[in-house]
Ligand binder design. Structure first.
Ligand SMILES: *Cc1c(COP(=O)(O)O)cnc(C)c1O
Length: 237
């Protein structure tokens, strides 16, 4: 069995190699350690091993961990966000990866104004058009951003997608398409829209994502091990 620090070292090595293969600087690539279903002690361990950015996908679970973990930590929300939970996370998370609809943008804008802050988000894109997946269709993204840049309070910092399940190479065209969209949007120079982060790649396909331009990779299992048991226990009581 590997411990967390060893797993992280292994992942960093693979990130370095993937960056090298595609002529990129590995320092530009940041790991978001996806800590859903992971106990605070193990998050603390990963923090001690040098990771600083952690991603959660359920607001309730995030709120139990947020106050107890000590250290230089940044939290991201990577999972789909219910509109009525926005006020519980605003000001606590640095980046929301999953903006996928107008109603959510409107609530983010409203809460940001109320707290005198700005909500920093990525727009989630359903590049592979799977019905089970959240996210805007690729052709909806630019009209959405044009609208969003007028409502205020929401700062867009990039795009996010989830690759298709299964054979990692199947994700390559999906990642490539998101990167092309990312570049097209950057050229538009819309107000409140900066194409800084390209969030794609998980344990199964992060090396391919990096080869295709990802600079945020969301890795859970690769760092903390399989979460299946805990997840099943929680999902099915
Ligand atoms: C769980 C999750 C991940 C991490 O998945 P792993 O396969 O465990 O690396 C990444 N992104 C999102 C949105 C997730 O929900």
């Amino acid at each position: 069995m590997f411990d967390i620090a060893e797993r992280i070292a292994l992942i960093r090595e693979k990130i370095d190699q993937a960056a090298e293969r595609s002529g990129r600087d590995p320092k530009q690539i940041k790991i978001v350690a996806v800590s859903k279903f992971v106990d605070p002690e193990r998050i603390q361990e990963a923090l001690g091993a040098g990771l600083t950015t952690f991603g959660e996908n359920r607001v309730q679970e995030f709120l139990t961990k947020y106050p107890v973990i000590k250290g230089p930590i940044q939290w991201h929300m990577v999972g789909s966000l219910q509109t009525n939970k926005v006020k519980q996370v605003i000001g606590k998370v640095q980046l929301i990866h999953s903006l996928d609809r107008r109603s959510l943008a409107e609530e983010l804008s409203r809460q940001a104004r109320l707290t005198g802050s700005e909500a920093t988000v990525l727009v989630q894109v359903n590049v592979s058009r799977e019905i089970s997946k959240k996210g805007l269709a690729p052709e909806e993204v630019i009209p959405f951003l044009k609208w969003l840049s007028t409502i205020g309070g929401v700062e867009v910092k990039g795009l996010m997608t989830i690759g298709p399940l299964g054979e990692p190479e199947k994700a390559r065209p999906v990642f490539r398409q998101l990167r092309e969209l990312f570049e097209r949007i950057a050229d538009l120079e819309l107000p409140m829209v900066e194409m800084k982060y390209l969030s794609m790649g998980m344990t199964n396909d992060y090396e391919i994502a990096i080869e295709e331009g990802a600079n945020l990779v969301r890795i859970g299992t690769g760092i903390f091990g399989r979460r299946e048991t805990a997840q099943r226990r929680r999902d099915h009581g």
